[in-house]
Write a protein that binds this ligand. Structure first.
Ligand code: SF4
Ligand code: SF4
Length: 321
């Protein structure tokens, strides 16, 4: 019997949604699991790290890794999977760009620990204990993964062969990616396995987007009853579709929510947040400096909005002292 290709699926700093997205393949998952031998999938199957360590270098055909890297355990597992795998696929926004947890890069590790273990109203910590990588208890040494100063995307720690963005990636793109690996029909290394165009190109509302958008008032989606057919930007509601890679099937737009940018930058754009801010600057329409100031003041948490999924791989990467 011909051996099936070995596949590992692993979560690092992740909410679990990307693993659920694999299960969301529905019947197609049966075809996938009959074509491959899943040798590691912590969320679903009882494999241990020592099972991975026992494999030969390159014995795994494909590692599908979701989640960002924020601690030493995640870094070790990512490096172990890289060593054992012919191909590594960064799966989902957190692996590709750092994802929403990457917004923690607007704070230092010290700020985060102080809030979580000292200052949050629900904290009871009279001794002021903070987690330590090494501590002693009853004569024994206890260890915890070391928490890093910032969140990293996968390719900031290991070499990545392919990228599949999304929060989470949609089933059709997952199935296409797995089939491309199984059939050996892969694009050049480093490619993103999703369309190269911006979301606006396939959005049904694009025909209502004016050639020159003029925003005189900025509205937040919960403050208005948005038209379900008109381009959000034409309604004065920020939508990241102009700076975001397409391929999600306009999931958010279809439920009358503007795009938040989970597919990351379009091909050739390094920093989708900066790209969006630059485009937005050309759209804001004010008669004078005072009006412009009032408009800008309405941009509540612009950095958080525009870098919601991509701060760790942006030009900023993190807040600097
Ligand atoms: S800006 Fe948003 S709503 Fe407008 S066309 Fe682009 S994706 Fe669609
Ligand atoms: S519309 Fe934007 S935020 Fe929503 S799934 Fe698509 S790319 Fe992600």
């Amino acid at each position: 019997m011909v051996a099936k290709p070995k596949v590992a699926i692993c979560w690092l700093g992740s909410c679990g949604g990307c693993d659920e997205a694999v299960v969301d393949l529905n019947e197609a998952i049966l075809q996938v699991t009959s074509a491959v031998d899943v040798i590691f999938w912590p969320v679903a199957l009882d494999f241990k790290y020592h099972h991975l360590e026992a494999l030969e270098k390159g014995e795994v055909a494909l590692s599908i890794i979701n989640g960002h890297i924020r601690n030493s355990e995640q870094e070790e597992v990512a490096k172990l999977l890289r060593e054992k795998s012919q191909l590594v696929l960064a799966f989902g926004a957190c692996a590709c760009f750092g994802g929403t947890p990457g917004m923690a890069n607007f704070r230092s590790k010290e700020d985060i620990f102080n809030w979580v273990y000292r200052d949050a109203p629900t904290v009871v910590n009279p001794k002021g204990n903070y987690p330590q990588p090494r501590s002693q208890a009853n004569g024994k040494e206890l260890t915890l993964p070391e928490f890093y100063e910032q969140v990293f995307a996968l390719n900031q720690v290991i070499d990545v062969d392919y990228y599949l963005p999304g929060c989470p990636p949609p089933p059709d793109l997952i199935a296409n990616a797995v089939n491309a690996v199984l059939e050996g029909k892969l694009p050049p290394k480093g490619s993103t396995l999703a369309p190269h165009k911006a979301l606006c190109d396939t959005c049904k509302r694009n025909e209502t987007k004016p050639d020159k958008i003029s925003i005189k008032d900025i509205k937040r989606i919960h403050e208005v009853e948005a038209s379900p057919d008109t381009c959000f930007l034409a309604q004065g509601i920020l939508c990241m579709g102009i700076a975001t890679r397409g391929g999600c099937g306009e999931s958010c737009i279809n439920i009358n929510m503007p795009c938040r940018g989970c597919f990351g930058p379009v091909e050739g754009v390094e920093d989708s947040g900066a790209k969006f801010i630059s485009a937005l600057a050309a759209m804001l329409d004010a008669e004078n400096d005072e009006e412009m100031k009032q408009l800008i003041d309405k941009l509540d948490d612009l950095a958080g909005y525009t870098y919601r999924f991509t701060l760790p791989v942006s030009l900023l990467q993190r807040k600097r002292a």
